[in-house]
Write a protein that binds this ligand. Structure first.
Ligand code: HXC
Ligand code: NAP
Length: 299
């Protein structure tokens, strides 16, 4: 009774979706761009012609990532920075402007996270995540925003959230609180900075395999397989290229009217847990239809 028929599906497109000059002349800062989804989005931005500047705490990892982007033909630089520290963020903006002339866009991607029962969480543990995610995103957004406003230039700020920014989630209390704060920042500044031509949007990804997330959030590989199969209507985790394409679109002039939005990319996952009767999708569909039919009033 609990079998789900295998799903017909399209494979994510691997070839570039956008023209090579979509982001030509744009300088885009990606926090946490040295690994995982930040690196994949940076690759997408490079393929669309942007000058990308990645930042993170580990200079070694950052240098290797920038080298990889350049080896693929991208224009990429790396500047170490801890986004928790507003002074380092001010330096990051100053150095980027000195090296590349300006900044046009920012992706707030840097994050910290771990699984912990709330009753076992220390003050330091809560601080560690909230300072990276919420304070970090505020620090970078205000610094880049000030630069754009001073230049009188339009710009785009994109923050990477997760659907539990609005649903909340067990075992990731600091991350839930921080991501909710970044969503509030996005919506607040979309209105406040619209007059300057600065667009603020967000993406809420569902599960996308990365070393950083999986090592901290998936205690056992079989658990995520089961989760994807049961929770995600599309029956699978996300592919990095799918997220990168969405990020490039939102950062580009292909979406100049998009402001204050949060686009979910999770295969329908969060909604599947919300609908009262969505659990029924786990049942064999023909058997389900027979049951529905049997419930119809007899004429
Ligand atoms: C409980 C923990 C902990 C854990 C650290 N702490 N890890 N508490 N469980 N697993 C506590 C420590 O005891 C300490 O508190 C405080 O946190 C700071 O610890 P440090 O190790 O000094 O922190 P720091 O070096 O700043 O590292 C930050 C970090 C780390 C968040 C803890 O994991 C990190 O650097 N993460 C960056 C990358 C990352 O997390 N990527 C995954 C993003 S995935 P006390 O009180 O003892 O001082 C993601 C996906 C979301 O966000 C959505 C999925 C669908
Ligand atoms: P990741 O590889 O661990 O990425 C996190 C990045 O943030 C790392 O490059 C890390 O580099 C950087 N970082 C952490 N603390 C920093 C700090 N204080 N200053 C500057 N940079 C810092 O994990 P990921 O899975 O790619 O996550 C990327 C983003 O996607 C995060 O916002 C995450 O919440 C979001 N997300 C991921 C998933 C998923 O399934 N993977 C789902 C939903 C949302 P350093 O350690 O070198 O600083």
């Amino acid at each position: 009774m609990t079998t789900v028929a295998s799903r017909p599906s399209r494979s994510p497109r691997q070839a570039p979706v956008f023209s090579k000059d979509l982001l030509e002349g744009q300088v885009i800062l990606v926090t946490g761009g040295g690994s995982g989804l930040g690196l994949s989005m940076s690759e997408g931005l490079c393929q669309a012609g942007a000058q990308v500047v990645i930042c993170g705490r580990s200079p070694e990892r950052l240098g290797q990532a920038a080298e990889k982007l350049r080896s693929l033909g991208g224009k990429a630089g790396a500047i170490p920075c801890d986004v928790r520290d507003a002074e380092q963020v001010a330096q990051l903006v100053a150095k980027t402007v000195e090296s590349y002339g300006k900044i046009d866009g920012l992706i707030n991607n840097a994050a910290g996270n771990f699984l912990c029962a709330a009753e076992d969480l220390s003050v330091g543990g809560f601080d560690a995540v909230v300072k990276i995610v919420l304070y970090g995103s505020v620090n970078t957004t205000l610094a880049v925003g000030r630069h754009l406003i001073a230049r009188g230039a339009p710009g785009s700020v994109l923050s990477i959230l997760t659907p539990y920014a609005w649903t909340g989630s067990a075992f990731v209390l600091p991350s839930s609180c921080a991501k909710a704060g970044v969503l509030a920042m996005t919506r607040s500044l979309a209105v406040e900075w619209g007059i300057y031509g600065i667009r603020c949007n967000a993406i809420a990804p569902g599960p996308f395999p990365t070393e950083g997330a999986w090592s901290r959030l998936v205690p056992d590989a079989a658990m995520i397989e089961g989760l994807a199969e049961q929770r995600v209507p599309m029956g699978r985790v996300g592919a990095h290229s799918e997220l990168a394409n969405l990020a490039v679109f939102l950062m580009s002039d292909a979406s100049p009217y998009q402001n204050g939005d949060c686009v979910t990319i999770d295969g329908g996952s969060w909604l599947s847990g919300a609908g009262e009767f969505s659990e029924y999708t786990r049942y064999d569909r023909e058997r389900l239809k027979t049951l529905f039919k049997a419930m119809r009033p007899k004429k």
